[in-house]
Design a protein around this ligand. Structure first.
Ligand code: FMN
Length: 198
């Protein structure tokens, strides 16, 4: 597979990655998706299980319909845990026009084999690899955690051919950014201790 040439260093790419929620109409090519998956599966994997598998959706009406299914399920789940999420604004999920996938035309869903002891960790590492590779290729990405409850619906799982022994871990939208991307602001790292032998 021809590998893309990246101009940014790994560290520059880490600093440049942001969640992108506005995309150009330009389609993400299959060869680009293959490169992203290639990056994903290079992630560390506990006891070399490689417990991941992927669903690729490049069908906007299907994404809109998944979004419409996901919103009420996500809202119901969040209301159940209202006290924990008191400062999280949920009104947008009640808005008919709001698309949880931010109108992206590509969604990559990372699924994990539940029998594998560290499947979630492995899949999240694959997710970050994928998102950093996307950033290096001038693509934008965003994890869509609000879609997760919808992937437990049997009809959704059947449509996406997700086997019973896999859970959806990380739904990630991908596309060409149509917004200005500025570096992320973060708090300074908290260091509990830094111990050096004398
Ligand atoms: C587990 C997880 C779930 C997320 N779910 C959503 C989501 O449903 N919708 C969304 O727009 N962003 C979602 N995000 C993106 C975060 O809002 C974003 O990472 C955070 O605001 C920090 O911004 P940055 O990624 O640009 O640095 C999620 C991120 C993570 C890690």
């Amino acid at each position: 597979m021809p590998l893309p040439i990246f101009e940014k260093s790994v560290f520059e790419t880490i600093l440049a990655r942001r969640s992108v929620r506005k995309f150009k109409a330009k389609k993400v090519e299959h060869s680009t998706i293959r490169n992203l998956l290639e990056a994903a599966v290079r992630a560390p994997t506990a006891i070399h299980q490689e417990p991941w598998a992927f669903v690729i959706i490049q069908d906007k009406p299907l994404l809109k319909s998944l979004s419409d299914q996901a919103k009420p399920i996500f809202l119901a789940e969040m209301h159940q845990h209202r006290a924990e999420h008191a400062d999280y604004k949920l009104d947008i999920f009640d808005t008919p026009d709001f698309n949880i996938f931010h109108n992206a035309n590509t969604l990559i869903v990372i699924c994990g084999k539940t029998a594998s002891p560290f499947f979630a960790a492995d899949c999240w590492l694959a997710a970050e690899n994928l998102m950093l590779a996307a950033c290096a290729m001038e693509l934008g990405s965003c994890v869509i955690g609000s879609a997760l409850p919808a992937f437990n619906v049997p009809s959704v799982r059947a449509k996406l051919r997700i086997p019973d022994n896999f859970s959806v871990v990380a739904p990630i939208i991908i596309g060409y950014p149509d917004e200005e991307i500025t570096p992320a602001l973060r708090k300074n790292p908290v260091v509990f201790s830094s111990i050096t032998a004398h």
